[in-house]
Design a protein around this ligand. Structure first.
Ligand code: ADP
Length: 162
């Protein structure tokens, strides 16, 4: 059974994340999608909300996707779950530097944990949770870039003006 851990802030889940989950499922039998609970960040959506968006968005793939959350070091969480592959997405050169540092730091901390990268599809390479939050907060239309459940939650959080 090939299992990978897909960690992230997912604040909120975007179609870019969904694409990585769907494509990850073609390589792995199961994915553990883990929402990072970082007390140093003030998220737009709570961990519970972020988890529920993922559950709703994966729909029929749900039987092969476990949604969870973690705090602390990723490698400690991976170890506690007995998972040795971490899945991450790469959008653009701008992601590379940070992801490269993170993957190497994690390998240093836990020799047996490997990070696997998937390139983002051309449709969502410019989509980031941060940009989605920003555009939505000013009343911009982010439909098509986030799952329906996230769109609804964003519209409730930031009613469109005018
Ligand atoms: P983090 O705060 O850990 O970077 P994110 O939720 O921003 O969490 O991202 C989680 C993972 O998903 C990261 O590997 C990121 O590069 C990847 N990712 C984010 N947006 C996209 C996208 N549009 N296409 C592909 N991968 C993405």
């Amino acid at each position: 059974m090939k299992v990978a851990l897909y960690p992230g802030s997912f604040d909120p889940l975007t179609q870019g994340h969904v694409s990585i989950i769907q494509r990850g499922l073609t390589m792995f039998d199961r994915l553990v999608v883990a929402v990072a609970n970082n007390p140093k960040k003030t998220p737009l959506f709570s961990v519970e909300e972020r988890e529920s968006f993922i559950r709703e968005a994966v729909g029929a793939d749900g039987s092969r996707v476990e949604v969870d959350s973690f705090s602390g070091l990723l490698v400690d969480y991976a170890r506690s779950r007995g998972v040795s592959v971490v899945l991450r997405g790469l959008r653009a050169v701008s992601d590379f530097e940070y992801e490269f540092q993170l993957a190497n730091m994690n390998r240093r901390l836990a020799r047996n944990i490997e990070t696997v990268f998937m390139m983002t599809g051309e449709d969502y390479f410019y989509v980031s949770s941060q940009l989605i939050r920003e555009v939505a907060s000013f009343g911009g239309d982010v439909s098509g870039m986030v799952p329906e459940c996230v769109l609804k939650a964003l519209r409730a959080r930031f009613p469109r003006q005018g």
